[in-house]
Design a protein around this ligand. Structure first.
Ligand code: GUN
Length: 287
């Protein structure tokens, strides 16, 4: 292996410690402890693990959390009523509705019901619009984590060509919008399942970000020697957790590479804490 590892786990721990200090200062100033309310519907095992880890992180950073867990038969109207209650509850600063929701529930309608000031996922259309216009209130956790990982490892983005594999609302689209903003100044190409000449495009990337949910999709032949490779994929296979990047071959050509697990995942969770603290700050200013 020639590439250097981008250690997301160590960086996430450092960011969590920073947030713990900020949360202590916020509490001293306002008497308020930031609180995240997680909403988990159904029994998806992966969602279960994510939510458990998110709550444990809150506890470690001195934030509080609530879990609102309901079985998969909960109706959309009941879920909307729960969101309204959490919107109105002054003790709750951040609301996270864990996705995916059961199929009978309209996800867009639920995400739009969350108070934009409590929208720590940055999924509400108002917050998405603010990101596009360069006036973000919150940044979505995974793209925010990717950018912190690059920034704190001194990866130069200005003028660099970032190629994103995947156009999801959670990662690909917001990340593309963030990287082209003034201040970050990357040149961005977004590729997806219908993209032609994919390997030719990925080989142009100074920074290649894989977020397509296909195990080991990115091979060494798709990567320019010396590129920075960020693997957002978390695929559960018989061989365990695997990213979207074929780590063993790509680490022979890349300059920097994230492992899976221990790369982007821990940072996603750290940025959720950051957003919960930001939400508490926004709400303390509102009152
Ligand atoms: N499911 C997968 N990723 C996410 C995320 O970032 N936020 C929420 N709420 N659900 C998810």
């Amino acid at each position: 292996m020639t590439a250097k590892l981008l250690d997301g786990k160590a960086l996430a721990e450092q960011i969590q410690q920073e947030i713990a200090l900020e949360a202590t200062a916020f509490r001293a100033r306002t008497g308020v402890t930031p609180c995240l309310a997680a909403v988990l519907i159904g029994d998806d095992p992966a969602s279960d693990v994510y939510v458990r880890n998110k709550r444990r992180d809150c506890e470690r950073a001195g934030l509080t959390s609530q879990l609102h867990r309901h079985d998969g038969a909960m109706s959309e109207a009941e879920l909307l009523a729960l969101v309204e209650r959490l919107n109105a509850d002054a003790a709750v600063h951040g609301i996270l509705v864990q996705l995916p929701l059961p199929r009978h529930i309209n996800t867009a309608r639920v995400l739009e019901a969350v108070d934009p000031l409590k929208d720590v996922d940055a999924f509400h259309p108002e917050n998405v619009g603010r990101i596009v216009q360069g006036q973000p209130r919150f940044l979505p956790c995974t793209p925010y984590g990717v950018i912190e990982l690059l920034r704190r490892n001194d990866v130069a983005l200005a003028g660099a060509h970032a190629v994103i594999l995947g156009r999801s609302d959670i990662v690909g689209k917001p990340l593309a919008n963030m990287l082209v903003q003034r201040g970050l100044d990357a040149t961005v190409t977004v590729c997806h399942s219908r993209t032609r000449y994919l390997p030719e495009l990925t080989r142009l990337a100074d920074v290649l970000i894989a977020a397509i949910g296909q195990p080991k999709f990115v091979t060494a032949a798709m990567v320019k020697p010396g590129a920075v490779v960020i693997d957002v994929g978390i695929n559960r296979t018989d061989a365990g957790l695997v990213g979207d990047v074929d780590f063993s071959s790509v680490s022979e050509v890349a300059l920097l590479i994230t492992p899976v697990p221990g790369g982007v995942g821990p940072l996603t969770r750290a940025m959720l804490l950051k957003n919960t603290l930001t939400a508490a700050e926004l709400q303390s200013q509102k009152r």
